[in-house]
Write a protein that binds this ligand. Structure first.
Ligand code: TXA
Ligand code: MG
Length: 338
């Protein structure tokens, strides 16, 4: 199967493939997603095969808004409605209790809950509208690899395995949505994202966050969090402090192969880079760094192969919490220290 590329004005054709039970990748403001008709179990099962994703890892259900959620979820709490009003469409995924049997086990992994997301991207909202059904939307990468922020990343991982890709340019945010569990006693962040803990607390009061606590023996609440993630072929080392860069680059200079260096321009400008450094700029700040993180990791896999990558760390607050969550996973917690 040759994967077809669709432009934003061709969503009708892409929707026809979805309605026929085929897989179509779609743009969102966070990362590209892999779509299938969420009400068609056979179609949904193809998503696991295409991604190489373990079948106990449930999928996000992508919707056009609150009304579509209400067809599947239990009556919405006041908290859920407030959050939808404040942050939808946007980068917040809500875990809600389902009406019995509302979605197949292939979507939920057998849980009585599902993750609902209403993305901002207009093209994708048109696509779901045209398909007339919610579509599942895991990130459109091979399982374990960095999430795709460009249609080209999707094409690289899934060409020949899916029917189509709707290309709407680079994903603006670059890290996946915040996942908030509303079925817990206290709303709990399972995965940090562009919508921050502080923003959520300002709308609904107390918010808990459990995403730093997942140990090997615990059952993680977001099943996907127990798997190896975002890992390029190279080993990634996090350089936490600006003051650590000179030692990190001295270490790089001693390596016999090229070393990837990912940092913002102000950091790069202040350092003496060794001859074997291959630079990928993270732009100017935490927003551009989040936007470019996965792109950079893929760059060193595909265009400029290296064995080691040094990547700038940021304080884990605000968007930095999402960035560091992804970077820690791609680095397997390896930090550069003198
Ligand atoms: O920004 C995003 O959320 C992107 C775009 C494409 O929408 N999607 C995305 O999907 O990141 P995925 O499948 O890569 O990550 C979804 C996470 C997984 O870790 C999964 O285990 C968790 O959500 N999840 C799904 N359903 C759940 C549920 N009912 N309860 C707890 N966690 C759930
Ligand atoms: Mg993913």
């Amino acid at each position: 199967m040759e994967t077809q590329i669709f432009q934003p004005n061709q969503v009708e054709a892409a929707a026809a493939l979805l309605k026929a039970g085929q897989l179509v990748a779609f743009p969102t403001e966070t990362v590209y997603g892999l779509g299938a008709d969420a009400t068609n179990e056979t179609a949904v099962k193809k998503v696991y095969a295409a991604k190489g994703r373990p079948s106990d890892n449930p999928l996000i259900v992508t919707v056009t808004g609150q009304a579509m959620v209400e067809e599947y979820a239990q009556p919405l709490s006041a908290t859920a409605q407030k959050l939808m009003q404040a942050f939808w469409p946007g980068s917040l995924t809500l875990i809600l209790n389902l009406q019995p049997g509302a979605l197949s086990k292939a979507v939920t992994g057998g849980l009585r809950t599902a993750a609902f997301r209403n993305p901002k991207n207009k093209t994708t909202l048109n696509l779901i509208q045209a398909a007339g059904v919610p579509i599942v939307g895991p990130s459109a990468n091979t399982s374990g690899k960095p999430s795709p922020t460009l249609a080209q990343h999707v094409y690289h991982d899934l060409n020949g395995k899916i029917a189509g890709i709707v290309d709407d340019g680079p994903a603006a945010v670059g890290v996946e949505s915040t996942i908030l569990d509303l079925t817990a006693d206290v709303p709990t962040i399972l995965r940090p994202g562009a919508v921050t803990e502080e923003q959520l607390a300002a709308v609904i009061g107390t918010v808990r966050s459990n995403h730093h606590k997942v140990g090997a023996t615990e059952v993680p609440k977001a099943p996907g969090m127990k798997y190896k993630h975002y890992a390029p072929d190279a080993q990634v080392y996090i350089v936490d402090q600006v003051a650590d860069w000179p030692a990190a680059l001295q270490w790089a200079a001693q390596q016999t192969t090229p070393v990837g260096v990912m940092a913002v321009d102000s950091v790069l400008a202040d350092q003496t880079l060794p001859a074997n450094a291959e630079v990928f700029s993270l732009g100017t700040d935490i927003a551009s760094a989040s936007h470019l993180l996965f792109d950079g990791l893929r760059h060193f896999d595909l265009e400029s192969p290296v064995k080691n990558i040094l990547t700038q760390g940021f304080p884990p607050v605000g968007l930095g919490a999402a960035y560091m969550n992804r970077l820690n996973k791609s680095a397997g917690q390896m930090h550069f220290s003198k």
